[in-house]
Design a protein around this ligand. Structure first.
Ligand SMILES: *Cc1c(COP(=O)(O)O)cnc(C)c1O
Length: 375
């Protein structure tokens, strides 16, 4: 039987044609019209005026932090329930991540703990230079509560929307919050350029600075002139062309992931002890991954038993993100924790959710989940 993956790339004939057309046009690298168009199109999707195409979401986070003047000795507030890239970028700047736990009702950064963290770190005399707020598993954080706290503390907001393109918060798109926001087009995200990312912003100076730092901080002179240390972080025109193909049917991809999510919810509704990531009433997620938690109080089956049963039958699933404050590499970080993300990690499992998953394959996953859970 064919292996079922968690979130594999979903490639259409249009994506293929876009890529080949770019190749045939001669605009292979470094820049070109597809990169310009991809930047405009992604920025528009996020309700932003500028986009800077980059080699990865991680590179975009790094440049967003540099643009917010984050440097050695600074502290940056970071959602603890996230992928390591969010926190790693902070250390690239010589700054320290300070972790903030999640809210059980949304799985996103807790505004209460954020408020505590700002108060405590500023009272301790720390320079809290920025906050990276993650839109986890395709759902926006609660910005109506978070933004005023950061404004009050004079802390720059960077939105990590790597998992959330196409999601919304009220009338606002994911990627529209903060000084800048970051997207990822890594292979397992809802759209991919096979690898890539973008920084989006409304500020012309931020976009210009990011573009400059991403091209080795080369000065506009005929020879190679550098007054600062830069990076080689630009996205290539070929990959941008492929990304444009993917972006052009983002709505279909989101619609398909939403159907998959609804089908899991219906199929597992009767099973004791299984819960889904709550959908907050303030917006609409993009349903990047369907995640469940297994409640140890109501079932004796644990997450690993289920995961291994799926794996034994060639179905890939993954534990939810292991919180950053539990990672050995960040063991000495200051953290504001109430146990929520630890609980969501202990019992959490991400299910196959790709937009190319057909209903026969999803039935296979559902049958295996039922077998594992109803022993
Ligand atoms: C994927 C991801 C990133 C990093 O993006 P890359 O393109 O893989 O570098 C950053 N933050 C979050 C929350 C992610 O899921």
């Amino acid at each position: 039987m064919r292996r079922i993956y968690l979130s594999p790339p979903d490639v259409t004939s249009n994506d293929r044609e876009m890529l080949l057309a770019a190749l045939d046009s001669g605009w292979v690298a470094p820049v070109g019209p597809d990169l310009d168009a991809f930047e405009r199109e992604v920025a528009a999707t996020c309700g932003r005026s500028h986009g800077v195409g980059l080699a990865s979401g991680t590179a975009a986070l790094h440049l967003a932090l540099l643009d917010a003047s984050v440097g050695p000795g600074d502290e940056v507030l970071v959602s603890t329930f996230t992928f390591a890239a969010t926190a790693n970028a902070v250390t690239y700047c010589g700054a320290k991540p300070v972790f903030v736990d999640a809210d059980l009702s949304t799985w996103q950064m807790s505004p209460e703990l954020l408020e505590q963290a700002i108060g405590a770190r500023q009272a301790a005399g720390a320079r809290v230079a920025a906050a990276i707020v993650v839109d986890l598993y395709g759902q926006c954080a609660d910005y109506d509560r978070i933004v005023p706290l950061l404004d009050e503390g004079e802390i720059s907001l960077i939105e990590d929307a790597a998992e959330a393109i196409g999601a919304s918060y009220g009338q606002h798109q994911a990627g529209s919050f903060g000084r800048s926001a970051v997207l990822s087009f890594n292979g397992n995200k809802i759209i991919t350029s096979s690898g890539g990312g973008m920084l989006v912003t409304d500020d012309q100076a931020t976009a210009t600075r990011a573009r400059y730092l991403a091209t080795q901080a080369r000065e506009p002179m005929p020879h190679y002139e550098h007054t600062e240390v830069g990076y080689n972080y630009r996205l290539s025109n070929l990959l941008a062309a492929f990304g444009r193909g993917q972006l052009s049917d983002l709505d279909r991809r989101i619609g398909r992931r939403r159907e998959i999510n609804e089908r899991y919810r219906t199929a597992l509704a009767e099973i004791e002890g299984v819960e889904f990531m709550p959908i907050a009433d303030y917006g609409e997620p993009n349903y990047w991954l369907t995640c469940i938690t297994i409640d140890p109080a109501t079932t004796t089956v644990d997450r690993e038993t289920i995961r291994l049963h799926l794996e034994a039958n060639d179905v890939e699933s993954r534990p939810t993100w292991k919180p950053m404050h539990l990672q050995p590499v960040f063991s000495d970080a200051v953290s504001f924790i109430d146990g929520t993300s630890e609980r969501l990690f202990d019992g959490g499992l991400c299910l196959p959710s790709g937009s190319s998953l057909d209903s026969g394959d999803q039935d296979r996953v559902i049958d295996l989940l039922r077998e594992a859970l109803c022993r």
